[in-house]
Ligand binder design. Structure first.
Ligand code: SME
Length: 182
């Protein structure tokens, strides 16, 4: 659907960002500008939506379009005591389940603190779902109503230092806004 001239174009028609080939690590300034362009559009798409799966699936799609440097972008959900189960994502296949005591995702869920890992080879306990991943960001999502960790956002990149603190803090704000209030 949409403009036939853009079929096959690696750009989301939903938020209409400039084309960047998958895997490209833009300079940080350009990545932040791209994210700042995308964020209000993503918020607008999700305005009023309360269904967690609908929100996570749409975020996985739109953040994948925004974060060209990613090879995985998606969610692990807190489905039973101290257990994460994979949720909506884009990119290479992720592990299906991650216990709270394991990996970067577990560390984020357990500590309730964002984990920004510039080089996963230097992170003991990192779970390698894709050998190409070299850096990773995991942000815990806390539901304010009952102070429960409902899951985490996980973004992996094949580049060392592929995700910045600035990108992390913008994504923290987005997640708190669209998933923290339910
Ligand atoms: N690297 C993660 C596991 C999830 S995958 O990378 C998609 C971790 O160490 O928790």
């Amino acid at each position: 659907m949409g403009d036939p001239a853009r079929r096959g174009h690696p750009v989301s028609e939903g938020i209409d960002l400039p084309a960047v080939p998958r895997g490209t690590l833009l300079p940080e300034k350009e990545r932040l500008a791209r994210l700042d362009l995308a964020l209000p559009k993503i918020r607008a798409v999700l305005e009023g939506e309360t269904d967690e799966v609908a929100i996570m699936a749409t975020l996985a799609c739109l953040l994948w379009e925004t974060l060209a440097q990613a090879n995985f972008c998606g969610f692990y959900r807190h489905t039973s005591k101290d257990m994460l189960t994979v949720g909506p994502y884009q990119g290479s296949m992720g592990c299906l389940r991650i216990a709270f005591e394991r990996g970067v995702c577990g560390a984020a869920a357990r500590s309730r603190e964002t984990q920004l890992v510039p080089d996963v080879h230097a992170y003991p306990g990192h779970i390698s779902c894709d050998d190409r991943s070299r850096s990773e960001l995991v942000i815990p999502i806390v539901r304010r109503r009952d102070d429960v960790v409902i899951g985490v956002l996980d973004v992996d990149s094949p580049h060392v230092d592929g995700i910045s603190r600035g990108e992390a803090s913008r994504l923290e704000g987005l997640l708190a806004y669209v998933l923290g209030g339910g």
